[in-house]
Design a protein around this ligand. Sequence first.
Ligand code: GAP
Length: 492
Amino acid sequence: MPVSMDTLVSLCKRRGFVFQSSEIYGGISSCWDYGPLGVELKNNIKRVWWRDFVQRRPDIVGLDASILMHPMVWKASGHLDHFTDPMVDCRECRLRFRADQVDALPWTHFCPATKGNKFTIPAGEPCGHCGARRMRCPDCGKGELTAPRQFNLMFKTFMGPVEEDAAVAYLRPETAQAMFVNFENVLQSMRLKLPFGIAQAGRSFRNEITPGNFIFRTREFEVMEIEYFVNPHDRVEGRPADEYWHERWIEDCRAWFRRYGLRDENLRLREHEQDELSHYSKRTVDIDYRFPIGWSELMGIANRTDFDLKQHAKASGKSLTYFDEERKEHVVPYVVEPAAGVDRALLAFLADAYLEEEVRGEKRVVLRFHPDLAPVKVAVLPLLKKREDIVRTAHAIRDELSRHWRVVYDDTAAIGRLYRRQDEVGTPYGVTVDVQTVGDTDKGERADGKVTIRDRDSMEQIRVPVSQLVAVFGELLGDAGWADVAARVGRA
Ligand code: GAP
């Protein structure tokens, strides 16, 4: 059974992943705060993405641009004129809907065939009593909807102390434009050769008409984007370079999500229809994920052609070209753009990791995060918190392991309960310090200097000398799997 959104929202709040923003004031619509574990998970997603697509690749460099940019950027990019959604308003209750989504909502109906009784009718269906279809506001069921109007999704603000037209600035709706306007700076400073990419992860802002579904659609969110510049005159494996790289990026991105835990059956590709393509796109393919709300976009990979560089060259009067040494000509590169939402990736990783199972007659909730994504890598747990030597040893182990990884210490419950707590937040390994570790002089038992490592997924245990813990976790949290290490060390 796929996990429900309510279950995830509740787990996220209870265990410190995501809180409603400004909750003590009643909250603010569609804004969320990442708590102590949420921020670790989110940072890990961005870190792993950066490691795999920037640090490990010779052809991609990074950028961290400012959120506020010259207003001309948004004129030239087309966002001022085209970054709009059609909206309709209810004349009665004043609620606002996206015109293209209003038919996808369940609707309220006061049925004349049943003396005006109120019904909520599933989206797109007629009333079972009178056969009427939705004509009015889907929410209040009374008001007429206005004709669609275009609504620009960019947040407007003012720079400086005076609120006048000349001071208008916009919060960026995508990070991409900074990579286009910095094209020449990056190209010259890094002496790059096509094909190459510029990557950036950062906040974007969109005044969405209908945000919702937890962190799936918000007005402030983070994206991880790459603008991958290719020479449009090149051919790769018999195909135009932009089309070849577009396919490559679709496959690489899908493989990336699978590698970090999303199951293949929960991923699908969706080709954009001609009439839904963004104003800059020749072809866009979304990677959809089967979220608790159904199949929805996780990321998009667009072929933006030379649209943006040409627009900015025209508007700024600066040349944004690449000199092709072989052909001795200046070309405007084409751009393939993989763009993934960090918050949506986090929601997908959470949903796919969530598992409820029965263990010895008890329910166990476990988040089976990939170790690279897990907010906490190791929990150090003393078996007896009354034994000062056990507690001291456990603290020393936590201190040592914390030099390398995010590690926590917990002694606030019995060991079984402590394991369950860590399972529920996805900590891959527990280290238990017990009497054998430190010995028992009263009973004449010598310390063996070993601790138990417990694996979250299999719940198997191995016993390892304290002196080898850093090396063993180096393997477990590196490329070796539990099975390899457990086979070598021997299960406890
Ligand atoms: N530069 C291209 C671009 O911005 P996009 O498809 O509009 O493309 C990229 O956005 C990704 O950002 C989406 O695939 C989605 O994961 C995420 N995203 C877009 N709007 C969002 C919103 N309102 N809330 C959360 N994530 C959003």
